[in-house]
Write a protein that binds this ligand. Structure first.
Ligand code: CA
Ligand code: CA
Length: 274
């Protein structure tokens, strides 16, 4: 059994769907979100495109809160032929109010990548250009209520992702329990997939992982390998990324002198979870 972690932006999958009423959309995964990128045969206004995103569960128009997220989307739409301009979740309440993301996270606000000459004040909603006049992935302000745009980008949270650090540092986790294995094998298996066993540096991250393993189907006391081991030279417990241990979650009477690797139990013998 092992527990692995991924801390990079990747495109995991690209799928193309066609659904009724002349709508095309593509599905991507990057960082801690899934994205669907849509084009319709009729032109929409900003609110209509937002409602279309919200139809599918937890989705909304995309909020682009980090440079990594912007770069990912810029490159993604550049390779699509479905539309030249897409509604995004950026708007302001009035011409003299600040631009805001629907998520209300403002990490990338100061320096929004507007297209040349934009925002030129023709509205309180924004789009992202594919490549209009070489404005790759740049933004344009326009009228919220006019039906002018056929593309829009939705964002959805991904299962098994912890976003407490914000998008820049978010981690995606996989929980693997196909077969029992020893700790070094588990770490090798993570490494093979460009990941490593989980490192829990904050209470928040520990709580997130603990909650996740409680929901996994396996026996009550089931144990998961984590990225904590005893350094043979210093004999100190160390996270696999070299960080020292900042949170104490040892079970009673642990660790023992003969132990070198660590597991995290769904529920320990005395009923303590995690
Ligand atoms: Ca986002
Ligand atoms: Ca404009």
């Amino acid at each position: 059994m092992n527990l692995a972690k991924l801390r990079v932006w990747i495109i995991v999958a690209i799928q193309v769907f066609h659904f009724g009423a002349g709508e095309t959309f593509k599905w991507f995964k990057g960082g801690c979100s899934n994205y669907t990128i849509h084009a319709t045969s009729r032109r929409l206004n900003w609110e209509q495109s937002r409602q279309a995103c919200k139809k599918t569960g937890l989705g909304d128009l995309v909020s682009i809160e980090s440079y990594a997220e912007w770069l990912f989307l810029k490159n993604t739409i550049l390779n699509l032929t479905i539309a030249d301009e897409y509604f995004i979740g950026l708007r302001r309440d009035d011409w003299n109010r600040p631009w805001r993301w629907l998520s209300n996270k403002n990490t990338f606000q100061k320096d929004l990548p507007w297209a040349t000459g934009e925002p030129n004040g023709d509205g309180n909603c924004a789009t992202m250009y594919k490549n209009y006049l070489r404005n790759y992935g740049k933004y344009n302000d326009l009228n919220c209520s006019r039906h002018t745009i056929s593309g829009y980008i939705c964002e959805f949270p991904v299962d098994g992702c912890n976003q407490e650090d914000g998008d820049k540092r978010c981690s995606c986790y996989t929980f693997e329990n196909d077969m029992p294995m020893q700790w070094p094998r588990a770490e090798d298996s993570c490494k093979y997939n460009n990941k490593h066993l989980v490192v829990m540096e904050t209470e928040g991250e520990w709580e997130f992982i603990n909650k996740e393993i409680q929901t996994r189907n396996s026996s009550k006391g089931s144990e998961w390998h984590i990225g904590l081991y005893r350094n043979l030279t210093t004999r100190k417990w160390t996270w696999i990324n070299g960080k020292t241990v900042t949170i104490n979650k040892w079970q009673r009477d642990k660790p023992q002198d003969s132990d070198f690797y660590t597991v995290m139990a769904k529920e320990s013998l005395d009923g303590v979870k995690g």
